[in-house]
Structure formats: C-alpha cells, structure tokens
Write a protein that binds this ligand. Structure first.
Ligand code: DGJ
Length: 735
C-alpha cells in the first residue's frame, strides 16, 4: 500500500483499490476517484465530467470564471469534506457557528502528511493495525478552525477508514452543529441503495431501492444505533448480485445516534455521507478544544455483495476486535434466560448447569434476575448486589459451584440503566437522563443513567468490576434495553445539553475501555434487547453481540443471513432454544436449530433437563461437532449462497483460509410434495481441489461444486436442514 502526494493529487492505494483527491490552486480539496486500483489518472477527463475548468482551477465564483457554468462552482465540484455556506447547496459535512451566529465554513488545504502509525481517535473505538494513515489538514482562517481529515488504507482489506478531527485554534467559542465522518461524491447516481432496517426480533432486514433525486437516508435518535436500522449503507451498480457488480459501502464505528444517507443532485450525481446524526446535536468547541468524529469504514468490492462482506469481515477480524477472544475459539454456552426467565433459585440453576456440564457445554451464563429484588422487570437495575432470596449463599458461592463442575461462569448486567424502584435511584434521583420539571418517561419500567457524569461512569465501573472480581466471572452479557427520552442532564451546562447523546457514548466507551483492559480474560457479549446495538463500535470492545431476541431457527436464518452483510459469524451470538419457540410459537427440529445456531457463537438457551434422551443425544452430537469445527464456523470465509428472501431455502457456507475444509448449511422453510432436491452452487472452494463430503463419502472437484452445484436432499418435514463437511482429499494444480 502507498500514499503518493504530489502538488495537485493525493493517491492512496493498495494492490486492489485506489482513492484519489485533488488540490486546487485555491486550496479546495476535491474528490476525484474511489474504486478499483488505478495506475495513473488524467484529471482533465474528471474535471470535464463535472463541468469544471479543465485546468482544475476552482474559484468561489465560478460564474465569473466561466459564465456557461451558470451558478456557483462549488455546487458541482466533487469535494472531500464539503462545508456549509460557500455555494455548495447539497447536504454538507460540516456546519460550525461562530459567536456572531453565522454558520459558513471555508476550508482550504494546508498540508498532507503520512504516518506509519495510525493516530488514536481520542475516546472513540476505531480500527487498528499496521497501515498507513494520511493526515490531510484544512483550515478556515476566519474561524481559526483546523480540520484534520484522516484516511487509513489497509494492506489486507479493500477499505479506507476515515474520520475528522476538529481543532479550535482561535479564541472565540465555536458550535459544531454538523460534523460527518465521511463524505463521498460519486460521479453519477446510477446505483441501488442498500440499507438494513427492521425492529426488535426482526433486526437488519435488507432494503434495496434505486436512488432517486433528493435525499434518502437512514438514521437514529434513540441514543443507540438501534433496532430499526444500522449505521451502514451500500451503493450497488445496477444488477449487482452476490458475486457480480461493483459495491461502494460504508459502516460507522459508532453505537449512538447516527446518519447514513445519499443525496442525488440536479446533475444526477450522488453524495454519500455518514456520521453523527446532526438532529439534536450541537457541540461547544471553545478555543483550544478538539472534537473527533467517529470513524467510518469505506469498502469497495468489484465482486458483488459477497466481495463487500469479505472486506467488512476482514476489517472486523483483523483491525477491529481486540483482546484474547479475537481469533480464538468461543466457549459453547448455556444461558438460563429462556429456560427460567426471572423464576429461578440456586437449586434450579445448578441442575441445569450440571446437565450442561455433562453434555460438554463450557460456559454457564446467569441472565437477568440475580440482583436486588428483581422478580420481574419492574425493579432493581442499579442495585448490583446478589438477591439472597434466590441465591442464599451469594454469587461467589454459586460461581464456585459452577466452576467446580468444570464450567466457566458468566453473568448478565444492564449497567447503563436505573430502575425507579432501586436504592440507587432513591439515593441519586438526578443520575438519570431527565429534564427537571418534566415527568420521567419510563420504558420497561426503567430510566437511562446519565453517562455524561464522570461519577456515574465511575460508579458503573465499580459495580461491574466488583462483581467480576468477587464472583470470578468469565463472561459478561452487557444488555441495554431502552431508548432515550427527555434528553437532559442536570450535570451539563445549558449550552451543552445537545452534547448529551454523544457524551453518553464517550462515557460508555471509557468504561468499556477500562473494564476490557482491567479484565482481559473476560469475554464480553454486547446486547440491546437482542441486536439493538449491533455495530462496529461495540464490536471494538465486545467480540460478540447477541444477534436478536428472536431465537426461532427460521427467523434466525433471515436475521443471521442479513447480519452477515457486515459482520462475520464470530460476531453473532446464536442459541438453540426450546420449542414451541417463545417468540413465534413455531416448532422446528432440534437438528435445524443446531445448524442455524452453530453458524454463529454457539450456545443453548433452554432447560436441558426438559429434553428427551434422543434430544439430549442430538445436543451432545452438536457440541462435539462445534468443538471440532468452530474455527472454520467462526473465522472461515463466510459465503451466502441462497437468500431466505428469494425462496424457501437459505444456504451459506464457511471455508477455511487454505480452502481445504468447508462447512455447508441449508435450511428449507417448508416442505413441498413432488419436488426435486435443491441444487446449490458453492463458493470459495479451490476449483482444482477434490473435496470429499464427509456425510456421504462422495467426491467432487471444487469447480464442479461451484459451477454445477451440489444437490442437497433434505429430510421430510418443515424447517428441515442439511449440513455437510467438505475436506480436500487431493490438491490439484494451481489454476
Ligand atoms: C433482553 C435480552 O436481549 C435478553 O436476551 C435477556 O437478557 C433480557 N433482556 C433480560 O432482561
């Protein structure tokens, strides 16, 4: 990878992608190209496309330069970080108010330097690794505002990580009302826009639509990235499929309120923007202050959606997830939530745990209800002390007994929340997000702690850290079950109230940074009413996320398939639960439940003692299988093969990096009479290798399996499934 800087061009590239910017005589930084690697670029052609003087001369009053432009020049210039007020009337990336109340920003080029070490993004999660970073400095002389645009290019992933650092170099107080992480001006608008939308228990459904004139976007104002959409978007060239077509996509490394959108202008060009949601946002930047935007990861794929996911998965695996569980096997767990809900005591838990240990499970997780006097969801959040009515010997004693069975012990927390019925609330009623004079709006009978207050963050850290130490906890499920309302803080000044949602995230990230640093052996799993905060920000601290509260195997086919657009299997918590399923009432075979769950961080969420002997034997089989193959299941190259949205079959596969092993899974939603078995074209195999299918003993070349396909007979019945392990038995000539 290299970053070449000349007088007028800056070119970032690795072996496969290029990103090119131009610097005009007047100091405007233009965006010239992003896509497949270019060896050289004649800018005349690009300037001609945008109707610009071919010299690249860009002045503020374009019409004086060339009357035929009929308008302000910046309104048509493709820009790197377009600001408000100088004549670009498209949606901008930066709006800053100075003390006189005006909001125009005029950024001009100052310098471009390359660092070998990626600078830290203060207080925010970000990608890491050995990669070059371009620091492009712009300056507004009137505002005395410096903007440092950061671009990191990776060797192993076709991605560029971008962020902006704003520094007030002057004396006057500035107010930032919009600061995007990423802006990308495309030369045309002939794309489909792909976003993820959904709801609780229906997270991350694909929404694909052609771009139209004007603005189209997804965003949240919940205080979390949310259930209803994800901080992600992709532009797809027309006809793009899993394996063909060009894709330009971005994902934000952030877990709070965000915006991701595209505007198509009057010249039918598209501007992509991604970053903090400017609705409800205003940040005071006093003289000497610095503000960092979250990081956005931009990827390019010349090989359709599969190629796009490959790049995002590469970033998550090699440059985002940290700690000792990164690239390591994840323990097979049993979580008691759907087994008992709040209704448990020590005896009941130990019985479930003993059976779990007997069948080979490695981690027992105690979910909600172990603290305060929490018999339902109406109380006790904030009182993180053991409920001795349920666990009379205390949590450390329970942990000891679980460990004595040979199991690790995990615990549920919802540390960001406070129940009005809690000692914490009675002692500190002002510690929640609220507005004096307005009644608190409860959701799930709870309020949100004000993490802009340092003492609240410290309290939260202490409460969790004490329990992790006292009870020797190996795993934490970190839940978050409501959105923000009445957004106010009695800690912040009047003019800082619109900083609260972002300050909340900074407070949360600081606690997560400390906890993960101080307890490196603990595996953290993020959760927000299921997958309500499944984003690259959380993944930086917690290597897995509970994908959805919906544990129905068929629904999980959709949810996990769609989630895999951005996130690899190792990021997705997936459990086998009881039937009839608690969310849908559906009855599915235990073998199918197992096959779907093993395509993520595998676990169980049921009372094993209620299973029949045959079912328990199937559980043992599943556990043996996952233990033997989990490195491929979690970390192999994941390929989507058949979409649940296009038919009744869902199929995917994971392939080992050396292409010598692969695991294939197919689930059929319902049986139909008088039908041929499905034929599925596999992906990611070596065409010349001969693969033996362990379950049938049959051998095929990779080429056959990818070009003709694999015929997959299924057992009778609804929600039937089949899985195969493929092993390369001979290695052919390299092709
Ligand atoms: C919501 C989570 O998504 C569930 O898995 C469970 O932990 C409950 N919260 C507990 O209240």
């Amino acid at each position: 990878m290299e970053i070449c800087i000349s007088n007028e061009l800056i070119h970032l590239r690795n072996d496969r992608i290029s990103y090119v910017m131009g610097i005009s005589d007047e100091g405007f930084v233009t965006h010239l190209y992003f896509g497949k690697r270019l060896e050289s670029l004649n800018t005349v052609n690009i300037y001609r496309r945008f109707g610009l003087p071919e010299s690249g001369k860009i002045t503020l009053s374009g019409c004086q330069l060339d009357p035929s432009l009929n308008g302000l020049l910046l309104d048509r210039v493709p820009q790197e970080y377009p600001s408000f007020g100088l004549g670009d009337n498209r949606q901008g990336s930066l709006t800053v108010m100075q003390e006189d109340g005006t909001t125009t920003v005029d950024l001009r080029y100052v310098s471009a330097i390359v660092t070998e070490e990626k600078p830290k993004l203060s207080g925010l999660p970000a990608t890491f690794g050995t990669n070059k970073t371009l620091l492009l400095t712009l300056f507004d002389a009137l505002l005395q505002l410096e903007v440092e645009l950061r671009y990191t290019i990776f060797d192993d992933c076709d991605a560029i990580a971008r962020s902006a650092v704003l520094r007030n170099k002057g004396k006057q107080r500035l107010v930032i009302t919009n600061a995007m992480s990423l802006s990308l001006d495309m030369p045309d608008a002939n794309y489909d826009l792909l976003t993820l939308s959904g709801a609780w228990a229906r997270e991350r459904e694909w929404v694909r639509r052609p771009l139209v004139f004007g603005e189209q976007s997804v965003s949240t104002n919940y205080g979390a990235s949310g259930h209803t959409t994800s901080p992600f978007l992709a532009l797809l060239t027309p006809g793009t499929t899993e394996t063909q077509g060009e894709v330009y996509a971005a994902s934000l490394v952030y877990s709070g309120n965000f915006y991701a959108g595209v505007e198509v202008d009057r010249f039918r060009k598209a501007r992509v923007r991604m970053g903090l949601n400017k609705d409800g946002f205003a940040w005071q930047l006093a003289g000497g202050d610095t503000f960092c935007t979250p990081e956005a990861v931009l990827v390019y794929s010349a090989h359709g959606l599969d190629g796009m996911s490959r790049q995002f998965h590469c970033i998550c695996t090699n440059h985002l997830v940290r700690g000792q569980y990164a690239k390591a096997p994840r323990p097979i767990l049993l979580n008691n939530w759907e087994a008992t809900y709040f209704n448990f005591n020590e005896e009941k838990l130990l019985k479930i745990a003993q059976t779990a240990a007997d069948v080979g499970i490695e981690l027992f997780v105690l979910d909600d209800g172990w603290f305060g006097h929490r018999d339902n969801d109406t109380s006790s959040l904030g009182d993180w002390t053991t409920d001795l009515r349920k666990l009379p010997d205390g949590l450390p004693a329970l942990s000891k007994k679980i460990h004595a069975m040979g199991l690790k012990f995990g615990l549920w927390f919802e540390p960001e929340m406070i129940s009005p019925d809690s000692d914490l609330f009675r002692t500190h009623p002002d510690w929640c997000i609220h507005i004096d004079g307005r009644p608190n709006v409860e959701s799930r009978h709870q309020l949100v702690l004000d993490l802009s207050r340092p003492e609240v963050c410290q309290h939260m850290y202490n409460a969790v850290a004490r329990m992790l130490t006292d009870a020797k906890i190996d795993y934490v499920k970190w839940d978050m079950n409501r959105n923000f309302t009445c957004i106010g803080s009695s800690y912040l000044r009047r003019d800082q109230q619109m900083e609260l949602p972002h300050r909340y995230m900074l407070g949360l990230y600081s606690v997560l940074e400390r906890l993960t640093h101080d307890f490196p052996h603990v595996l953290f799993e993020s959760c927000a009413g299921g997958g309500g905060r499944f984003d690259m920000g959380m993944l930086h601290y917690m290597p897995q996320t509970w994908c959805s509260d919906n544990t129905d195997a068929l629904c999980r086919c959709e949810i996990q398939y769609d989630t895999s657009l951005i996130f690899p299997p190792f990021a997705m918590g997936a459990h086998v639960s009881a039937v009839p399923n608690h969310q849908t009432g559906r009855i599915t075979p235990i073998s199918t439940r197992g096959k779907v769950a093993m395509s993520g961080c595998f676990g169980y969420e049921l009372d094993l003692n209620k299973l029949s002997a045959d079912e328990l034997e199937e559980v043992r089989k599943q556990i043996r299988f996952v233990k033997a193959h989990r490195m491929i299941l979690l970390y192999g190259d994941f390929h989507r093969l058949l979409s649940p949205w296009e038919g009744k079959d869902t199929a995917w596969m994971a392939v080992s990096p050396d292409q010598k092993q692969a695991i294939f899974v197919l689930v059929r939603s319902h049986a139909t009479a008088y039908e041929m078995p499905p034929l599925v074209k596999l992906q990611g195999l070596h065409p010349a290798f001969v693969y033996k299918i362990q379950e049938t003993g049959e051998c095929y070349t990779g080429a056959e399996l990818m070009q003709f396909g694999l015929c997959c007979p299924l057992p009778d019945g609804d929600v039937a499934s089949v899985s195969y392990v493929l092993e390369a038995v001979t290695e052919g000539e390299d092709q």
